[in-house]
Design a protein around this ligand. Structure first.
Ligand SMILES: NC(=O)c1ccc[n+]([C@@H]2O[C@H](COP(=O)([O-])OP(=O)(O)OC[C@H]3O[C@@H](n4cnc5c(N)ncnc54)[C@H](O)[C@@H]3O)[C@@H](O)[C@H]2O)c1
Length: 504
């Protein structure tokens, strides 16, 4: 193992979208940066575009002219790899192919100093596998930036199985100097962010595939009741299915068919049909020639008058929350009776299960999500037997105080319980596998995925015991092991501990 020197001279190989951003960031933080690309025109273009960015920052007053000039003086073009002999670090951002990356690193090892670091910006290959082809695997690590590099303030610092700890320390110190947030992560498929991101869109696709609600309804519920900036289908249309479906499949295969990560067949089918999203103008939404989203078809919801009588069935905290909500709406709650609108509060279960459990009239029973959205966007679920009149009455009731509500088909955990509990559970399992520290998981998910909360702090705010109850309800109702709680969650829920609590 080598003691690591401070990083001052950096080489960037590959001057595409990522390489130019990495070169910009490194030159800005005071490092000397050399850029090389197999295509010399790409390097020239990259340097010119970085200089343009600095000029714009100076114009906007976000950078001084002197700083821009100093950064420009630190950035230069290399004609060959031979110029890298005195570099402390080489970051590669070339084509995403294992053979290309290993060939490059083997060549670089003959040129650079024995204690210089080789970092890969790969997003889907194994750092350990790239390092295994090298003579000094201890000097190889991952430095996973996000696009666009200067704006996405997160970097995953990936330790391969043989990476020397001082290499990780040196990279962490460098990233701190750039002002970005570095998170140290294990070399597992998808690293941290792409792994943690699997719950959101995958579960939304599963909900869609089950026919619970159309994309626009699911997106509205998720945005308005949980505070996501973009609904899952808006996000899938933006990232494009040709990127997200292979990412889902690779991570699933990488973890040997872990059911929590199982992709949904509908994604592959839509990809085959060319319904990629914004890129092709057709996705879960349609887009005009100029890229504007066209209005989505939303099925007509049953209209109805306010009910004469409303009943709440059930016992326990969820039914109590439902009774309180009815009281806030100024509704007198009666006992369940046939042909009386009867509300139930599924937690991880569905409307049908609660209807059978409390022997309510199936034609007049409606489930309400009491875990999410009672104050924002409310979700109501019918059973297969619910009459349109009952659904209409329930909607009129839910919108009585001007809050939006959506009526969906029956679904275990309705919509948000499923999605949020899976996001929290997946983050818990990432913590359980020691892929990253709990606080880093939250920071990375907020910065890398722009979720409204870190998943572990969110689980704490909801209550680990409630997240566990939702997951247990999902397992009991569906029998699907994708919903099984992570031991990280169940242990902390049972002991009343925070999900951020790490063992010494
Ligand atoms: N684009 C993203 O959103 C993103 C995000 C994170 C990580 N990454 C990873 O970063 C890497 C680069 O991605 P990108 O989007 O910048 O690609 P890109 O296609 O924009 O650029 C790649 C550049 O590398 C050059 N190149 C290819 N082989 C080379 C070699 N052997 N030696 C020198 N130069 C070579 C190409 O000429 C090209 O200019 C990939 O590993 C990718 O998975 C990409």
């Amino acid at each position: 193992m080598v003691a690591q020197r401070a990083i001052e001279r950096i080489a960037v190989v590959g001057a595409g979208a990522m390489g130019r951003g990495i070169a910009q960031l490194m030159a800005q933080c005071g490092c000397k940066v050399l850029v090389f690309d197999l295509d010399p025109a790409a390097t020239t273009d990259a340097l010119a575009s970085v200089v343009k960015v600095w000029e714009r920052l100076v114009e906007k007053g976000r950078m001084t002219a002197a700083d821009a000039e100093a950064a420009r003086a630190r950035l230069s073009q290399a004609d060959s790899l031979a110029g890298f002999a005195d570099c402390d670090l080489v970051v590669e951002a070339i084509v995403e192919r294992l053979d290309a990356k290993t060939a490059l690193f083997c060549e670089l090892e003959k040129i650079i100093a024995p204690d210089a670091i080789l970092a890969t910006n790969t997003s889907s290959l194994s750092v350990t596998e790239i390092a295994a082809a090298c003579a000094r695997p201890g000097c190889v690590a991952g430095l996973h930036f996000f696009n666009p590099v200067p704006l996405m303030k997160l970097v995953e610092i990936v330790a391969g199985e043989r990476t020397d700890p001082p290499v990780i320390d040196a990279l962490a110190a460098l990233i701190e100097r750039t002002g970005h947030r570095g998170v140290q992560v294990g070399d597992t498929p998808g690293f941290l962010v792409n792994h943690a991101g699997r719950a959101y869109t995958t579960e939304a696709l599963k909900i869609l595939a089950e026919g619970v609600a159309p994309p626009a309804t699911i997106d509205a519920i998720v945005r308005e009741a949980a505070g996501f900036r973009m609904g899952p289908f808006e996000l899938l249309d933006l990232t494009s299915l040709d990127v997200s479906v292979p990412a889902m499949e690779t991570i699933y295969r990488g973890f040997y068919q872990e059911p929590r990560l199982r992709p949904v067949e509908l994604g592959r089918r839509r990809l085959a049909a060319g319904l990629l999203g914004r890129k092709t103008g057709e996705g879960f939404y349609n887009y005009s020639e100029s890229g504007e989203r066209l209005p989505a078809d939303i099925p007509e919801e049953p209209a109805g008058a306010l009910p004469d009588r409303t009943a709440v069935a059930g016992t326990g905290w969820a039914a109590e929350r439902l009774r309180d909500w009815c009281a806030r709406l100024g509704v007198d709650v009666v006992d369940p009776a046939p042909q009386t609108l009867t509300l139930v509060a599924p937690v991880g279960t569905d409307t049908t299960t609660e209807c059978a459990r409390f022997q309510t009239d199936p034609e007049w029973t409606i489930g309400v999500d009491v875990c999410f959205g009672l104050d924002s966007h409310r979700t109501l679920a019918t059973s297969p037997a619910t009459r349109p009149e009952a659904a209409g009455q329930a909607l009129a009731l839910a919108c009585k105080d001007g809050v939006a509500a959506a009526l969906v088909h029956d679904s275990a955990g309705l919509i948000l319980q499923r999605i949020v509990a899976l996001i929290v559970n997946l983050a818990c399992d990432i913590a359980q596998q020691r892929i990253a520290r709990p606080a880093d998981i939250d920071a990375a998910v907020k910065l890398g995925l722009a979720y409204p909360h870190g998943p572990l702090e969110w689980g704490d705010a909801i209550g680990p015991a409630l997240v566990l109850e939702i997951l247990e309800g999902l397992v009991a109702t569906t029998g699907d092991p994708r919903y099984r709680p992570s031991p990280w969650l169940s242990r902390r829920a049972r002991l009343g501990l925070s999900l951020l609590r790490q063992e010494p």
